[in-house]
Design a protein. Structure first.
Length: 136
């Protein structure tokens, strides 16, 4: 299983980066996770740019780390088991790639190769902070 993991503070940047990565590999699936109000995780799965699955899951604790552990990791495992070789994981805004990769390594039952670990940013919005170590 090959994974590309996309993090961002902005869901639109994350979606654009994930979609672009999905187009670079044949037969990729792109999974976008969002943590909504009320501890609801919205999961959307795309193939060839088309929505093929959408689901909502209520989490008891509704935090970002629970979202990764209880939804992102099992979704990656399920998609790999169904034959998808390349999976692009668009993390909920605010989740660091480092934390997600650690959870994936700990929670996946099958070996995975992290092909890409991406932080997607909007340069127009982030320009004042670039170069300021305390803000990045």
């Amino acid at each position: 299983m090959h994974l590309s993991v996309v993090s961002s503070l902005d869901s639109q940047c994350r979606e654009a980066a994930a979609a672009r990565l999905g187009r670079t590999h044949r037969d990729s699936v792109v999974v976008l996770h969002d943590l909504l109000d009320g501890s609801i995780v919205l999961r959307r799965i795309f193939r060839n740019g088309q929505l093929v699955e959408q689901a909502q899951t209520a989490l008891e604790h509704g935090c970002l780390s629970c979202t990764v552990r209880l939804d992102v990791v099992p979704t990656a495992e399920r998609l790999a088991a169904s034959g998808h070789d390349h999976i692009v994981l668009g993390l909920p805004p605010g989740v660091s790639v480092e934390m997600a990769v650690a959870e994936l390594k700990r929670g996946l039952e099958r070996p995975a190769v992290i092909d890409n670990a991406v932080l997607a940013i909007d340069l127009r919005a982030g320009r004042p902070y670039l170069g300021q170590a305390h803000a990045v």
